[in-house]
Design a protein around this ligand. Structure first.
Ligand SMILES: Nc1ncnc2c1ncn2[C@@H]1O[C@H](COP(=O)(O)OP(=O)(O)O)[C@@H](O)[C@H]1O
Ligand SMILES: [Mg+2]
Length: 323
């Protein structure tokens, strides 16, 4: 069955004319500071929504500690998985598996590895161009939790960067830590070692509240040689897009605006608050029924939230015409 689907998928690729498929795929990366906050749910929902718009989409499961994109899509895990890419047996494109949903395919994550798996910086450097050259309009990368270096590197390379949190303080705290780690990681690439270690020790003093005034990346970078201020400015133009998942009230939803304000005030960093995604029992109930909630119930408020998020990002003019 899997083999038949794969064959049909490869044949459909062959028959595609060389138009938009020749261009690089847009990479959307979904990350979080804390685990279990809904990354996989958000990744799969963005993918289903984009595919319903008629775009070809591939979800790549890069959660090495607990791949479950297949579960979220209501599918059985495939024997062919990203392990075969990392072992050099297959190219990433050869691992793309079609799903029963039109225009939606995925790359199965690790699930047949009985020892801990990690990817190195070099492996990620090699993976990024492979992701871009996948034959699809959009590639959605579902990461594992935490501000690990490979996650930050993928986040940096993404065309769109989604950071998922829930309203719980534990999640919000780890969201701030992720944002700080991302800024530092992005700046490190162009920094001299001295300037970078000076910045880290200043941040540590800030955390221990031994600075005269609140730390601001912008003013710190302006005064420092050896750190790229323009690059910091550029970070705001490709903003982190915050998603407040499992929101149960207006207060929960508003927390996203507060996080955005804090990032502005303390880091001088412009992030984008995409908005809340409601808590809905139907989400986990549909997973239990092996059917994604956006497929089982396509006209719920949650479906509308993903619809407007995707429209806003890919077609803002059309959205303005509707509202
Ligand atoms: N908005 C939501 N409403 C209700 N349950 C949710 C929601 N988002 C996620 N869940 C449930 O929370 C659990 C963790 O979600 P998951 O997407 O696997 O998180 P992560 O990928 O961050 O580990 C799953 O059981 C999922 O069904
Ligand atoms: Mg997950």
């Amino acid at each position: 069955m899997e083999r038949d689907l794969q064959k049909a998928y490869l044949e459909s690729l062959e028959s595609q004319t060389s138009t938009s498929e020749d261009k690089n795929a847009k990479i959307w990366v979904v990350a979080s500071g804390k685990g279990g906050v809904g990354k996989t749910f958000v990744s799969s929902s963005l993918a289903i929504t984009l595919s319903k718009f008629g775009h070809s989409v591939i979800v790549v499961d890069l959660d090495l500690s607990g791949a479950n994109v297949h579960t979220s899509l209501g599918l059985k895990p495939s024997h062919m998985n990203i392990r075969h890419y990392f072992e050099g047996v297959k190219t990433l494109q050869e691992l793309v598996i079609p799903t029963p949903f039109p225009q939606l395919s995925y790359v199965q994550g690790f699930w047949d590895s009985w020892t801990p798996t990690d990817f190195s910086y070099a492996q990620i450097q090699g993976l990024i161009p492979q992701l871009k050259s996948l034959r699809a309009n959009y590639v959605i990368v579902d990461l594992g939790a935490g501000a690990l270096e490979p996650h930050l590197e993928l986040f940096k390379a993404a065309d769109e960067k989604f950071l998922v949190t829930t309203p719980e303080p534990t999640s919000v705290e780890k969201t701030y830590r992720f944002i700080e780690a991302y800024v530092c990681h992005a700046l490190k690439a162009d920094a001299t070692p001295d300037a970078y270690s000076n910045m880290i020790s200043t941040l540590r003093n800030h955390r221990q509240r031994t600075l005269q005034k609140p730390f601001s990346f912008r003013s710190f970078l302006k005064d420092q040689n050896g750190l790229n201020y323009d690059f910091f400015e550029a970070l705001s133009s490709k903003p982190v897009r915050l998603v407040m998942n499992s929101s149960r009230s207006q207060t929960n939803a508003d927390l996203g605006h507060s996080i955005k304000s804090v990032c502005n005030k303390y880091y001088d960093l412009g992030i984008d608050y995409v908005g809340p995604v409601n808590y809905d029992n139907a989400v986990w109930q549909s997973i239990r029924n092996h059917e994604h909630v956006l497929v089982a119930q396509p006209f719920t408020p949650i479906a509308g939230q993903f619809w407007s998020t995707c429209k806003q990002l890919i077609d803002p003019e059309e959205l303005r015409a509707v509202v």
